[in-house]
Design a binder for this molecule. Structure first.
Ligand SMILES: O=C(O)CCC(=O)C(=O)O
Ligand SMILES: [Fe+2]
Length: 227
């Protein structure tokens, strides 16, 4: 399931990111690509170990932790330090699947990529093309979101970024290992959490049925989670 999460970053935060990225040096995106994806990857990235990527990546992680919708949808266990990419005219990223396991450089930590994520940092009218096309069981879905919004999709999906034909598409992208490995189980928990929140708004957090449903939610996590 593909989930769009609005306003993870405010427009003011996006402007701060973009100013910092304008001043930075960029490198070939193939620096972090696996062997299959490097054949089709044609974009630029901020160097993974550079100060700008590290500082902005920290801000992304802080914003994610504050987004209750992101936490509910992803149930993150380990998040790869966010990377930043840029597609100018003629850049694209052909059909690929993300590497299943990613080591965090300089640490012994390895992440199983359950979920892939793009956080858009350009407004949709700043560029033509550049849609993220995600294949899942119901077919292809094209995603192009306002700056500050994020899309979350199963890392099992083949995906591509269409060629940019005008302007520049700038984004942050990263992967995470979820506490809930199974996509179906995670989607059920997300639906349940949303329903509980809506019932709680109408009936109050102390309503006995809401309390019981919250218990069911947490007990399902207790049953399924790897933490
Ligand atoms: O730029 C994007 O939205 C996705 C990038 C991507 O698929 C990747 O780096 O593996
Ligand atoms: Fe990818």
């Amino acid at each position: 399931m593909l989930i769009c999460i609005p306003e993870v970053l405010s427009k003011q935060q996006v402007a701060f990111f973009r100013a910092a990225m304008d001043r930075a040096a960029w490198e070939d995106g193939r620096a972090t690509a696996g062997s299959q994806s490097s054949l089709v990857k044609n974009n630029l990235q901020l160097p993974q170990a550079g100060d700008v990527a590290r500082e902005l990546g920290e801000h992304v992680l802080e914003a994610l932790a504050q987004s209750s919708m992101f936490v509910s949808a992803a149930l993150p266990h380990k998040i790869f330090p966010p990377l930043f990419n840029r597609y100018g005219v003629g850049h694209d990223f052909g059909l690929h699947v993300d590497n299943a396991i990613r080591g965090i450089p300089g640490t012994p930590i390895r992440i199983r990529t359950d979920l892939s994520c793009t956080l858009f940092l350009s407004e949709a009218d700043e560029y033509d093309g550049g849609e993220l096309v995600i294949e899942d069981r119901v077919g292809q879905q094209e995603v192009k979101l306002p700056a500050g919004d994020l899309v979350l999709y199963p890392s099992t999906s083949l995906h591509l970024v269409k060629g940019v034909t005008r302007g520049e598409r700038i984004a942050s992208f990263f992967w995470m290992q979820s506490m809930i490995r199974d996509n179906v189980a995670r989607a059920l928990l997300f639906d349940l959490d949303q329903a509980i929140q809506s019932l709680t708004t109408r009936l109050g957090a102390g309503d006995p049925a809401c309390v019981k449903m919250s218990g069911v939610y947490h007990n399902l996590i207790r049953t399924w989670a790897e933490a």
